[in-house]
Ligand binder design. Sequence first.
Ligand code: IMP
Length: 438
Amino acid sequence: MANSVLVLGTQWGDEGKGKFVDVLTQQASLVVRFQGGHNAGHTLVIGDEQTVLHLVPSGVLRENVMCVIGNGVVVSPDALFSEMDMLHERGVPVEERLRISGACPLILPYHIALDQAREKAAGEHAIGTTGRGIGPAYEDKVARRAIRVQDLLTLQRFDEKVDLACAYHNATLIGHGMHAVDAGAIKHAAREQARRLAPLIADIPGMIDAHRRAGNRIMFEGAQGTLLDVDHGTYPFVTSSNTVAGAACSGSGCGPGTIDYVLGITKAYTTRVGAGPFPTELFDDVGAVLGERGNEFGATTGRQRRCGWFDAVAVRRASMLNGVTGLCLTKLDVMDTLDTLKICTAYELDGQRIDHPPIGADDYERCVPIYESMPGWQSKTEGATQLSGLPKAAQDYIARLQELTEVPVHLVSTGRERNENVIIEWPYGDLPGQERAP
Ligand code: IMP
């Protein structure tokens, strides 16, 4: 059986990945997180119950699925345990379903303090991070001073590493006028963390390989979005990991041939949380309508998301960077009331028309969107399960996005529920619970 699917975001995050990982995991046996940390927020809605996951892969609500956190993820033990406790309260046997790589760098209290101190010191130049220590934890990894999940298994050595790390980072914290972090408290907490984490540590590359050899479907779950990629995004207004498809291999420990299909989750308009370039951002009533109808508040920080028109330049680039096989268009129903829709087809930079994003934030900030307009459909698309059941103007909008991004739209999400989808083309068998579009 050809198989494995990578689900990632093609914009600035919050495209609705969680729902599709959850929908598609009914066909999978293994779900893999490979980058980011608990800066992510993946919202799943099942019946009346909403679950927001930050670190645990979105397949955890399914009985048939193992979930793994690969080495590319930075792990806060506190965040992980509070999520596991929340899942326990809902009756999910999370210990049975979750495994974690010993090579994951830990996010420790000094990372959080540093993240917040730096953002404060940056004033108006702040990145608008989630303040969760993600950037400083990745810095430690690359600087080869990270303390990793595996280190919790030898506590004496762990303690030595904590002393060294605190001595190093406290100098910076004190320089920022912050309190030093208490090494003793970190060591004390580590005893309980080790007890809970040790049974979850596993050979993740070995697990992926075993599932691949058995012909089982593996689902790779991206976090954030392509334009937040540390190399390819709107640097420095990015997250600190590679969010592109290639990172799925290095962040979990498998070869590129493991992935058969890359699903690019794409919102029917655009949003962004935090600072940084956003050419199609709207500051008018339309932006307010998108924010309100789309409930555009960050799942992790509760911050209001900036909203704007669909940016085909950005999504075309993201599709190229990721080798996207098919797009999944989400939140189409949020645009149901608009009378005219605009799509950004190119940018103007210094009087020149460009059809690809410039490198880095400085030039990106100066890009002016070039729009084309289409009539809105002004009727309800929510809950539709057939392409022919969508208004003609909505079908035309989808077709135009497909043309401009140069990637086929394979799935359309028409609501929050698992079964509110139009399946235009899905190569891996029926998605249970839904009719296929004719
Ligand atoms: P960090 O990842 O906390 O360092 O934040 C860096 C940038 O990425 C900020 O603009 C955040 O708002 C953004 N960011 C991080 N995680 C997410 C996410 O899951 N969705 C959307 N934006 C995110």
